[in-house]
Ligand binder design. Structure first.
Ligand SMILES: C[S@@+](CC[C@H](N)C(=O)[O-])C[C@H]1O[C@@H](n2cnc3c(N)ncnc32)[C@H](O)[C@@H]1O
Length: 215
């Protein structure tokens, strides 16, 4: 599905989030200790990986199941500095404890096996390393959640269609957000995967959440 929307993915991201996705990613990257090696899991078109690389992280590995998404990242400015791996987050093709940081932007919601993906992220982190995960979520306030769900189910598919995307891809969006664990539950998944000092921060009324855990 992501290969199918790769060409329009960046524009749709900006439009559907009213530009907020840029500041959510910036805030997530602000949680990283500067320098060192970074693995971006579900890197897609490379927004987080490219920003980490521009901030001085080396090496930066962009990993994704969708080669078409990574191909977009490769063609962007700075894309030549990244390393690319087509693989599944649930079976990372790396030795234990080799990355200083792992990041994931709007990717973990799509994993087939969330617990497995979380423990793989934990496994490849060096002791003291940090995982920073930013993901779409539902606001805690019932009224705001209701309004947001109307937007996700009705507004977002309409906008996506206007930008030439397949309606299925943006019907998938609300479904995947609704079935993703609440932030408290996802924090438990991270703890069960072996992360320490797990914490989260809700952004923009809770429509996105940053999770941090340490190895
Ligand atoms: C919504 S995009 C996010 C892309 C990018 N991280 C960003 O911040 O815009 C989700 C990406 O995760 C990838 N993905 C989903 N499940 C995956 C998995 N199990 N293993 C690796 N990549 C996965 C998809 O192919 C897609 O490129």
């Amino acid at each position: 599905m992501f290969d199918g929307i790769a060409r329009r993915y960046d524009v749709l991201n900006r439009v559907l989030s009213f530009g907020q996705d840029v500041s959510w990613r910036r805030r997530a990257l602000g949680r990283l200790v500067p320098g060192g090696s970074v693995l971006d899991v579900g890197a897609g078109t490379g927004d987080l990986a490219l920003a980490a690389s521009a901030a001085g992280a080396r090496p930066v590995v962009a990993l994704d199941l969708a080669g078409g998404m990574l191909e977009r990242a490769r063609r962007r400015p700075g894309g030549e500095r990244l390393e690319y791996v087509i693989a599944s987050a649930e079976a990372l093709p790396f030795a234990d404890a080799i990355f200083d940081a792992v990041v994931a932007g709007f990717a973990v919601r799509n994993f087939g096996d969330l617990a497995r993906g979380a423990s793989e992220m934990r496994r490849v982190l060096r002791p003291g390393g940090r995982a920073v995960i930013v993901e779409l979520s539902l606001p805690a306030n019932r009224l705001v959640r209701g309004v947001h769900l109307v937007y996700l189910h009705l507004g977002a598919p309409l906008i996506a269609r206007a930008f030439g995307s397949t309606p299925e891809a943006y019907r998938y969006l609300p479904a995947s957000i609704e079935r993703f664990p609440e932030p408290e539950q996802f924090a438990r998944v991270l703890r069960d995967a072996g992360f320490a000092r797990v914490r989260f921060e809700r952004l923009t009324f809770g429509v996105a959440t940053i999770h941090v855990g340490e190895a």
